[in-house]
Design a protein around this ligand. Structure first.
Ligand code: FAD
Length: 471
């Protein structure tokens, strides 16, 4: 049975808007769609109207227009991280290449990397076709290194991608002068650039995708929690939906479902956004339109310049409390807000005096091996995808297309990618998972501080190696 401890907004438009800058900026009212009204049968029922659920519905309906598809959403479409994220439609595989390689071989990993590149373009194609105004701009991504250890990590990261078969066209190291042509940050030592990333407004994309699904005949019921998931049946408060195929698309919230508590580590990622920068600050920054920017801290920041000229920047670093892995209480954290504000002041001094307009956050679904899954069992009539470890914008598009192919039994390249059928082992029982979450944040944060202070690589990160992604 699914729990409900996520700070429900229960149809409250302003409550939903406060969940992120993006949801707050939607022009249309966020009035929930009609809830399920009674028992009903369909061909595919999907639980969760985030990117995974909606992309699955969209591609299924495009492949087979006569399929009867129902999506049930506990709150409103885009309520979860899909409507709150950093707006990076970024390529490169979600998870550890090493894990996928051991499972499926080297070529499969390279194919998977290339699939993520194509998926950025594919999202842009649908955005254009469905006329979703979400600021999609395929301008690439810059990662900045501000200290010696960060520069070493940046170069090692690019080399390891090249060693796996990618080239300078996919990702390359830049000197500090060249990087200033993308954005004028304060004194980076080096940078890397990849063209495989698009900037989006995720709230507009996920809400627009829900509308596109409805236009082609998908039925979406909001304020409709799945309270019990059974073979071929989903029970909701006002009725039971029967279908030969049930798809669970609840990512981090999966941990609230009975029997699934240890499926993921819900790790919070938090964001802040400035007020729109004035013309002189924008001029001084020279932030290339649509570019996304990150750094190489262990607790790295990820940032974009929004279509209305704000810096929206996020980072990890808010552990959950023992016994309550998901709560809206964790969506705002003063220490993380201060760290992100400090990142703006230190690295983008042109924006140092601009007020912070909003802060928000949400849970990432992190599997034990940090590798994503796309799973479909026709005998059980059950499919699911998730575990994107903070890289779900592109991954959910791939997962949606893959689930559509698997459910309709199409033998495409997608169904042979290394995450198909991959089911990581579960996290350790509490309090061990909680301790892992706390130590990841504490050790990586203290390593960052030490590296910033001394300019030398902090070795203490090996302490949390058993819990974090291996390369
Ligand atoms: C602050 C933040 C920044 C991020 N930045 C990025 C980024 O820049 N790029 C990137 O690639 N990824 C990013 N991510 C991760 C990305 O947002 C997620 O991986 C992705 O949105 C997951 O999509 P999803 O549809 O699988 O899950 P979700 O978006 O979580 O959707 C699941 C939906 O299921 C609903 N639900 C849950 N339980 C039930 C139930 N019992 N019954 C009915 N409905 C239910 C929820 O309300 C929710 O709407 C970020 C995440 C956060 C929190």
């Amino acid at each position: 049975m699914a729990g409900n401890d996520n700070g429900n907004d229960n149809g409250n438009d302003s409550g939903y808007r406060a969940r992120s800058l993006w949801l707050g900026g939607i022009d249309a009212p966020l009035t929930p769609r009609a809830a399920l009204g009674g028992d009903v049968a369909c061909d595919v029922v999907i639980i969760g109207a985030g990117f995974t659920g909606l992309w699955t519905a969209y591609y299924l309906k495009r492949l087979q227009p006569d399929l009867r598809i129902i999506v049930v959403e506990r709150e409103i479409a885009g309520f979860g991280p899909s409507g709150r994220n950093g707006g990076w439609a970024s390529a490169f595989i979600a998870g550890s290449p090493g894990v996928y390689e051991r499972r499926s071989g080297r070529d499969a990993v390279l194919r998977a990397e290339r699939e993520t590149f194509d998926a950025v373009t594919e999202i842009g194609r649908v955005v254009a076709e469905e006329q979703i105004e979400c600021g999609f701009e395929h301008s690439g991504s810059l990662s900045l290194a501000f200290t010696g250890p960060q520069r070493d990590r940046l170069i090692a990261g690019v080399r390891s991608k090249h060693a796996r078969g990618l080239s300078d066209i996919d990702i390359r190291v830049l000197g500090s002068e060249e990087s200033a042509g993308y954005v004028r940050a304060r004194e980076p030592l080096a940078a890397s650039f990849t063209p495989h990333c698009a900037r989006i407004d995720p709230g507009r994309l996920v809400r627009g995708l829900a509308d596109a699904c409805e236009r082609i005949g998908v039925v979406i019921h909001e304020l409709t929690p799945a309270t019990w998931i059974l073979p071929h049946k989903v029970r909701c408060p006002n009725g039971v939906i029967s279908a030969p195929m049930v798809v669970r698309a609840t990512e981090a919230y999966t941990t609230q479902i009975k029997g699934e508590a240890r499926r993921f580590l819900p790790l919070y990622s938090l964001m802040i956004a400035t007020e729109p920068l004035d013309a002189s600050a924008l001029d001084e920054l020279g932030w290339a339109s649509g570019l996304t920017v990150s750094d190489q801290h262990h607790l790295f920041f990820y940032a974009q310049l929004t279509t209305d000229g704000r810096i929206a920047i996020g980072g990890r670093g808010a552990p959950y409390r023992l016994g309550v892995p998901i709560s809206d209480l964790y969506e705002r954290n003063d220490a993380v807000r201060e760290r992100l504000t400090d990142s703006i002041r230190r690295h983008f001094p042109a924006a140092a005096d601009t007020e912070i307009a909003q802060s928000w956050g949400g849970p990432l679904g992190v599997p034990r091996d940090w590798c994503m899954s796309v799973v479909c069992d026709h005998t059980a009539g059950f499919a699911w995808a998730g575990g994107y470890s903070g890289h779900g914008v592109v991954a959910a598009n791939i997962a949606g297309r893959t689930l559509a192919d698997l459910i309709t039994r199409r033998d495409t390249d997608l169904v042979h990618l290394p995450w198909v059928g991959h089911v990581p082992r579960r996290w350790e029982p509490e309090p061990l998972r909680y301790l892992a979450s706390k130590s990841i944040v504490a050790v990586l944060g203290s390593a960052d501080n030490a590296e910033d202070r001394t300019g030398r690589t902090a070795r203490r990160t090996t302490l949390v190696r058993p819990f974090v992604m291996s390369r």
